[in-house]
Design a protein around this ligand. Structure first.
Ligand code: ADP
Ligand code: MG
Length: 454
């Protein structure tokens, strides 16, 4: 890195990646005002001096973020990096990072910050499809008439399906119309607040904080289960708020009925309004979401590329993480935003005749079919004789582990099977690979035919 500008760019890449893994509050407190000061080669690695504005921040970064920071630096600079933190005076006039890696806030209004909402978690940035249609309809209804439509609104679903986004979108929408007091917090923050209140004998204050709001958004509410005093307090908060016409929206990783060690009276309160779920997004949805995320960063990503990426990455957080990686390749390492760069980052390209190209699922299916002498239709079919089941499982393993296709996609390719079947097959093959050297040779043979490095 010869020029100063490169350092800033590298650091922007690091921060953009970290930003995806921490809350907005954590990012602003610990990470936003850091900078990469200097990099010095030392033996087999690069020592990277990172400036931060206080000793407290320095310690936090060393204890909690050292691993992530060194990982991101190593990824971007493509060599082993060791971050070293130093305290430097805080420069007020330090330019704020801009550019695609840092999406600009949606609006120039600080009210959503007071409510601790993430700027881009709005309805405008939310793609709607089969997996979240109901939840979306309910959320917009609540945003139109808080306290009047469904109260409480309870949204549940797996990790990264958009619960927090949808919930915060309600907050943004309500804030647009009037100056209502709204509060967003996680079940964990509510718990910590209360525990601290009890210790410091300031429970009244804590109570007032939660009860005076007109819209209370509690994210990951399942966290309060099993904690008696917290549940008790929450119960009263809940009642007090509703009595005053306040709206409550909650999210959880599962429906109220399945949250263990949740008090019965809370369970019934949670279900008294409307319970909606969000299921994992399908390929179309993931593509749409990726396009939204790219547009937010003012990046011109084609539909084809978005689809290619979405075909290979299942989780929405991972998808966004990939976008950030892709952008740092483009911005920092000056790679073109094209198919080849995407394929390389997806680890898809297998050099053949000197040109990068990817092995297609059809090629893998044919290779397995030829190697074991089992027809393609039989591989995809229902018959469960041993001579067919085993090659079928190997096929699923190769598609998942070598082509990095998501489980659901592999299931679809191999006769519309369930993702758990694919998972089971993949696990089984991996286990046998370890114990059976003959089988390992067979697999190496198939892979060699496909030009997959073993
Ligand atoms: P959860 O709270 O369910 O774990 P998040 O709300 O944090 O998930 O969503 C994970 C990421 O996926 C976020 O970046 C979010 O913006 C994005 N996301 C999820 N669903 C959608 C959607 N329907 N449209 C646009 N972005 C979405
Ligand atoms: Mg969430």
């Amino acid at each position: 890195m010869a020029v100063m500008e490169d350092k800033d760019q590298v650091w922007r890449g690091v921060l953009a990646a970290l930003r995806l893994n921490v809350s907005e509050g954590t990012f602003n407190t610990y990470l936003r005002h850091t900078e990469l000061i200097e990099t010095t080669p030392s033996a087999d690695k690069l020592v990277c001096q990172v400036g931060c504005s206080s000793a407290f921040i320095k310690t936090t970064l060393e204890q909690r973020y050292w691993g992530q920071i060194s990982g991101e630096l190593t990824r971007i600079l493509n060599r082993d990096c060791e971050p070293v933190f130093v305290v430097i005076p805080h420069k007020e006039d330090r330019p704020q990072p801009t550019g695609p890696l840092f999406s600009p806030p949606a609006e120039n209004d600080s009210r959503w910050k007071g409510a601790r909402l993430r700027a881009d978690f709005t309805f405008d940035n939310f793609a709607v499809g089969g997996s979240n249609q109901m939840a979306y309809a309910a959320a917009t209804a609540v945003a139109r008439s808080p306290g009047g439509a469904y109260n409480p609104l309870f949204i549940h679903g797996g990790v990264g399906v958009g619960k927090t986004h949808l919930m915060q979108a309600i907050g943004h929408e309500v804030l647009k119309k009037d100056d209502t007091t709204i509060l967003f917090c996680t079940g964990e923050e509510f718990t910590n607040d209360l525990v601290e209140g009890i210790q410091r004998k300031t429970t009244d204050k804590v109570r007032a904080k939660y009860r005076r709001v007109k819209l209370l958004l509690i994210d990951d509410v399942q966290f309060i289960a099993g904690k008696a005093s917290v549940q008790e307090e929450f119960f009263h908060t809940f009642n007090a708020l509703q009595r005053e016409g306040g709206q409550i929206v909650m999210t959880s990783d599962r429906p109220p009925g399945e949250i263990s060690r949740l008090e019965e009276r809370l369970r019934s309160r949670f279900g008294a309004g409307l319970i909606v779920d969000i299921t994992p997004p399908d390929l179309e949805m993931r593509t749409a979401i990726l396009l939204i995320k790219a547009k937010q960063r003012q990046v011109d990503l084609s539909i084809d590329l978005a689809r290619l990426i979405a075909e290979h990455i299942e989780g929405l957080r991972e998808l966004e993480g990939f976008l950030v990686r892709l952008l740092s390749e483009v911005e920092i390492n000056h790679q073109p935003l094209d198919r080849q760069t995407v394929e390389r980052l997806l680890h898809l390209s297998r050099p053949t005749n000197g040109q990068g190209r990817i092995v297609t699922p059809a090629e893998v299916i044919n290779a397995v079919s030829t190697f074991y002498g089992v027809g393609v239709q039989q591989l995809k079919g229902e018959r469960r004789t041993k001579t067919i089941v085993w090659p079928r499982q190997i096929l699923m393993h190769l598609l998942h582990s070598e082509l990095k296709l998501p489980l659901e996609e592999v299931g679809r390719l191999v006769g519309g099977r369930d993702h758990t079947t694919v998972m089971h097959a993949n696990d089984k093959v991996k286990k046998i690979l370890v114990t059976d050297p003959t089988f390992k040779d067979q697999l190496t043979d198939i892979k060699r035919k496909l030009l997959i490095p073993s």
